[in-house]
Design a protein. Structure first.
Length: 249
Protein backbone atom coordinates (compact mmCIF):
# COMPACT_ATOMS: atom_id res chain seq x y z
CA UNK A 1 0.00 0.00 0.00
CA UNK A 2 1.21 3.51 -0.78
CA UNK A 3 0.21 6.06 1.82
CA UNK A 4 0.05 9.58 0.54
CA UNK A 5 -1.98 12.70 0.37
CA UNK A 6 -4.33 11.77 -2.43
CA UNK A 7 -8.07 11.81 -2.98
CA UNK A 8 -11.23 12.73 -4.74
CA UNK A 9 -13.41 14.49 -2.16
CA UNK A 10 -14.32 18.16 -2.39
CA UNK A 11 -16.02 20.24 0.29
CA UNK A 12 -16.32 17.54 2.99
CA UNK A 13 -15.07 17.74 6.56
CA UNK A 14 -12.24 15.43 7.59
CA UNK A 15 -8.68 15.10 8.81
CA UNK A 16 -5.61 16.09 6.88
CA UNK A 17 -3.67 13.29 5.30
CA UNK A 18 -0.50 11.75 6.72
CA UNK A 19 1.78 10.98 3.78
CA UNK A 20 4.58 8.44 3.45
CA UNK A 21 6.49 6.81 0.62
CA UNK A 22 8.91 3.97 0.05
CA UNK A 23 10.82 2.29 -2.85
CA UNK A 24 14.37 1.41 -4.06
CA UNK A 25 16.11 0.03 -7.18
CA UNK A 26 18.81 0.63 -9.78
CA UNK A 27 19.04 -0.02 -13.48
CA UNK A 28 19.09 1.38 -16.98
CA UNK A 29 16.13 3.02 -18.71
CA UNK A 30 15.74 3.42 -22.48
CA UNK A 31 14.63 6.78 -23.86
CA UNK A 32 11.73 6.09 -26.22
CA UNK A 33 9.92 8.10 -28.82
CA UNK A 34 6.16 8.42 -28.99
CA UNK A 35 6.09 5.36 -31.26
CA UNK A 36 7.96 3.32 -28.66
CA UNK A 37 11.24 3.21 -30.59
CA UNK A 38 14.33 3.17 -28.40
CA UNK A 39 17.18 5.59 -28.93
CA UNK A 40 19.81 6.15 -26.28
CA UNK A 41 19.82 4.90 -22.70
CA UNK A 42 19.97 6.73 -19.41
CA UNK A 43 21.04 5.33 -16.05
CA UNK A 44 18.50 5.59 -13.25
CA UNK A 45 20.76 4.72 -10.32
CA UNK A 46 21.43 8.40 -9.64
CA UNK A 47 20.34 11.88 -10.62
CA UNK A 48 22.09 15.24 -10.10
CA UNK A 49 20.75 17.68 -7.54
CA UNK A 50 21.36 21.40 -7.20
CA UNK A 51 24.94 22.59 -7.12
CA UNK A 52 25.96 23.88 -3.73
CA UNK A 53 26.30 27.62 -3.36
CA UNK A 54 29.88 28.74 -3.80
CA UNK A 55 30.94 25.62 -5.69
CA UNK A 56 29.58 25.81 -9.28
CA UNK A 57 31.39 22.63 -10.32
CA UNK A 58 30.11 20.37 -7.56
CA UNK A 59 26.99 18.30 -8.27
CA UNK A 60 25.58 16.12 -5.50
CA UNK A 61 23.93 12.86 -6.50
CA UNK A 62 20.47 11.85 -5.31
CA UNK A 63 18.04 9.05 -6.09
CA UNK A 64 14.37 9.58 -6.75
CA UNK A 65 11.84 7.12 -5.38
CA UNK A 66 9.96 7.39 -8.70
CA UNK A 67 12.85 5.54 -10.35
CA UNK A 68 11.52 2.41 -8.65
CA UNK A 69 7.88 2.74 -9.74
CA UNK A 70 6.91 1.03 -13.01
CA UNK A 71 3.35 1.43 -14.24
CA UNK A 72 0.84 -1.29 -13.36
CA UNK A 73 -1.76 -0.12 -15.88
CA UNK A 74 -2.93 -2.22 -18.85
CA UNK A 75 -4.56 -1.31 -22.17
CA UNK A 76 -8.04 -1.97 -20.81
CA UNK A 77 -7.44 0.65 -18.10
CA UNK A 78 -6.68 3.26 -20.76
CA UNK A 79 -9.84 2.37 -22.69
CA UNK A 80 -11.97 2.72 -19.56
CA UNK A 81 -10.22 5.98 -18.67
CA UNK A 82 -10.95 7.50 -22.09
CA UNK A 83 -14.61 6.49 -21.89
CA UNK A 84 -15.16 7.50 -18.26
CA UNK A 85 -13.62 10.97 -18.61
CA UNK A 86 -14.53 11.60 -22.26
CA UNK A 87 -10.97 12.15 -23.40
CA UNK A 88 -10.86 13.41 -26.98
CA UNK A 89 -9.65 11.09 -29.72
CA UNK A 90 -6.80 13.43 -30.71
CA UNK A 91 -5.24 13.02 -27.24
CA UNK A 92 -3.06 9.90 -27.24
CA UNK A 93 -3.02 7.65 -24.17
CA UNK A 94 0.01 5.35 -24.22
CA UNK A 95 0.83 2.35 -22.04
CA UNK A 96 4.37 2.60 -20.57
CA UNK A 97 6.93 -0.13 -21.14
CA UNK A 98 8.16 -2.21 -18.16
CA UNK A 99 11.46 -0.31 -17.95
CA UNK A 100 10.02 3.19 -18.32
CA UNK A 101 9.53 5.57 -15.41
CA UNK A 102 7.37 8.67 -15.01
CA UNK A 103 10.35 10.80 -13.94
CA UNK A 104 12.12 10.13 -17.27
CA UNK A 105 9.43 10.90 -19.88
CA UNK A 106 9.28 9.26 -23.27
CA UNK A 107 10.15 11.77 -25.98
CA UNK A 108 7.06 13.78 -26.92
CA UNK A 109 5.07 12.49 -23.93
CA UNK A 110 4.28 13.39 -20.36
CA UNK A 111 3.18 11.11 -17.51
CA UNK A 112 -0.19 11.43 -15.76
CA UNK A 113 -1.68 9.60 -12.79
CA UNK A 114 -5.05 7.85 -12.97
CA UNK A 115 -5.98 9.26 -9.56
CA UNK A 116 -5.48 12.83 -10.76
CA UNK A 117 -8.62 12.26 -12.85
CA UNK A 118 -10.44 10.85 -9.82
CA UNK A 119 -9.46 14.05 -8.00
CA UNK A 120 -11.02 16.22 -10.71
CA UNK A 121 -8.29 16.87 -13.28
CA UNK A 122 -9.45 16.73 -16.91
CA UNK A 123 -7.91 16.88 -20.37
CA UNK A 124 -7.07 19.14 -22.06
CA UNK A 125 -5.36 20.48 -18.93
CA UNK A 126 -6.85 23.74 -17.66
CA UNK A 127 -4.54 26.81 -17.97
CA UNK A 128 -4.76 27.41 -14.21
CA UNK A 129 -3.21 24.02 -13.48
CA UNK A 130 -0.54 24.65 -16.10
CA UNK A 131 0.36 27.93 -14.40
CA UNK A 132 0.62 26.27 -10.98
CA UNK A 133 2.79 23.42 -12.25
CA UNK A 134 5.08 25.82 -14.11
CA UNK A 135 5.35 28.15 -11.12
CA UNK A 136 6.73 25.35 -8.95
CA UNK A 137 8.54 23.44 -11.68
CA UNK A 138 6.48 20.31 -11.04
CA UNK A 139 5.59 17.56 -13.49
CA UNK A 140 1.94 16.43 -13.16
CA UNK A 141 2.85 13.07 -11.59
CA UNK A 142 4.83 14.83 -8.87
CA UNK A 143 1.56 16.11 -7.42
CA UNK A 144 -0.18 13.61 -5.14
CA UNK A 145 -3.95 13.05 -5.59
CA UNK A 146 -4.84 15.30 -2.64
CA UNK A 147 -2.76 18.04 -4.23
CA UNK A 148 -4.95 17.78 -7.32
CA UNK A 149 -8.04 17.88 -5.09
CA UNK A 150 -6.87 21.19 -3.62
CA UNK A 151 -6.15 22.68 -7.05
CA UNK A 152 -9.46 21.52 -8.54
CA UNK A 153 -11.51 22.43 -5.47
CA UNK A 154 -9.82 25.82 -5.14
CA UNK A 155 -10.52 26.63 -8.78
CA UNK A 156 -14.17 25.59 -8.46
CA UNK A 157 -14.82 27.49 -5.22
CA UNK A 158 -13.15 30.66 -6.53
CA UNK A 159 -15.10 30.46 -9.78
CA UNK A 160 -18.37 30.00 -7.91
CA UNK A 161 -17.86 32.85 -5.46
CA UNK A 162 -16.19 35.39 -7.75
CA UNK A 163 -18.88 35.69 -10.43
CA UNK A 164 -17.21 33.27 -12.82
CA UNK A 165 -13.68 34.66 -12.60
CA UNK A 166 -10.69 32.34 -12.77
CA UNK A 167 -8.47 32.05 -9.69
CA UNK A 168 -5.21 34.01 -10.25
CA UNK A 169 -1.94 32.20 -9.59
CA UNK A 170 -0.94 34.64 -6.84
CA UNK A 171 -4.16 33.87 -4.94
CA UNK A 172 -3.45 30.14 -5.00
CA UNK A 173 0.11 30.80 -3.83
CA UNK A 174 -1.20 33.03 -1.04
CA UNK A 175 -3.46 30.24 0.21
CA UNK A 176 -1.25 27.18 -0.41
CA UNK A 177 2.33 26.08 -0.16
CA UNK A 178 3.82 22.92 -1.71
CA UNK A 179 5.05 20.31 0.76
CA UNK A 180 7.12 17.27 -0.11
CA UNK A 181 5.98 13.81 0.89
CA UNK A 182 8.53 12.54 3.42
CA UNK A 183 11.03 9.80 2.75
CA UNK A 184 10.32 6.48 4.41
CA UNK A 185 12.43 5.84 7.49
CA UNK A 186 15.70 4.17 6.58
CA UNK A 187 15.49 5.13 2.90
CA UNK A 188 17.77 7.62 1.17
CA UNK A 189 15.71 8.22 -1.98
CA UNK A 190 14.36 11.70 -2.63
CA UNK A 191 10.58 11.35 -2.76
CA UNK A 192 9.98 14.29 -5.13
CA UNK A 193 6.20 13.91 -4.71
CA UNK A 194 4.29 16.91 -3.40
CA UNK A 195 0.96 17.99 -1.99
CA UNK A 196 -0.45 21.44 -1.21
CA UNK A 197 -1.25 22.57 2.32
CA UNK A 198 -2.41 25.95 3.66
CA UNK A 199 0.04 28.46 5.03
CA UNK A 200 0.10 28.76 8.81
CA UNK A 201 -2.86 27.40 10.75
CA UNK A 202 -5.43 28.00 8.02
CA UNK A 203 -7.71 25.16 6.99
CA UNK A 204 -7.57 23.79 3.42
CA UNK A 205 -10.32 24.75 1.00
CA UNK A 206 -10.97 21.06 0.34
CA UNK A 207 -11.37 18.72 3.31
CA UNK A 208 -12.29 15.09 3.81
CA UNK A 209 -9.63 13.72 1.46
CA UNK A 210 -8.57 10.12 2.17
CA UNK A 211 -5.23 9.64 3.91
CA UNK A 212 -4.37 6.54 1.89
CA UNK A 213 -4.91 5.52 -1.74
CA UNK A 214 -3.62 2.14 -2.85
CA UNK A 215 -1.06 2.14 -5.67
CA UNK A 216 -1.67 5.70 -6.82
CA UNK A 217 2.02 6.13 -7.64
CA UNK A 218 2.04 3.00 -9.81
CA UNK A 219 -1.13 3.90 -11.75
CA UNK A 220 0.44 6.17 -14.36
CA UNK A 221 0.60 6.30 -18.16
CA UNK A 222 1.91 8.44 -21.01
CA UNK A 223 -0.12 11.09 -22.81
CA UNK A 224 0.81 13.04 -25.93
CA UNK A 225 -0.62 15.31 -28.66
CA UNK A 226 -3.21 17.94 -27.64
CA UNK A 227 -3.48 17.10 -23.94
CA UNK A 228 -2.60 20.62 -22.70
CA UNK A 229 -4.25 22.82 -25.31
CA UNK A 230 -7.83 23.96 -24.70
CA UNK A 231 -9.98 25.35 -27.51
CA UNK A 232 -9.01 28.95 -28.33
CA UNK A 233 -6.23 28.64 -25.74
CA UNK A 234 -5.39 32.08 -24.26
CA UNK A 235 -1.88 30.88 -23.31
CA UNK A 236 -0.76 28.43 -26.02
CA UNK A 237 2.91 28.63 -25.01
CA UNK A 238 2.26 27.74 -21.36
CA UNK A 239 3.95 24.33 -21.36
CA UNK A 240 3.95 22.02 -18.34
CA UNK A 241 7.22 20.50 -17.03
CA UNK A 242 7.58 16.83 -17.99
CA UNK A 243 10.85 15.96 -16.22
CA UNK A 244 11.00 15.86 -12.43
CA UNK A 245 12.55 19.15 -11.40
CA UNK A 246 14.70 20.48 -8.62
CA UNK A 247 13.78 20.32 -4.95
CA UNK A 248 11.42 23.22 -4.23
CA UNK A 249 11.77 23.08 -0.45
Amino acid sequence: MSSATGGDAVGRVGDEASPSVSLSMQGVLPIRGVDGSTSEEIRIDAAPSLREAGDPFRVDVVRWAAMDVPSIMVEEDLKKLREAYRILADIELILPGPNERACFPRRGCIALHLNAFVSGMRLPLHPMFRRILRAYGLAPTQVAPNGWSQMVGGMYLWFRHSFGMEMPLHVFQTVYQPRKLPKKKGREEEARWYYFCPWGSHKPLVTGCPSSIKQWKESWFWVSSNWQRVFDDPEPDLDVPSVYGIDIE
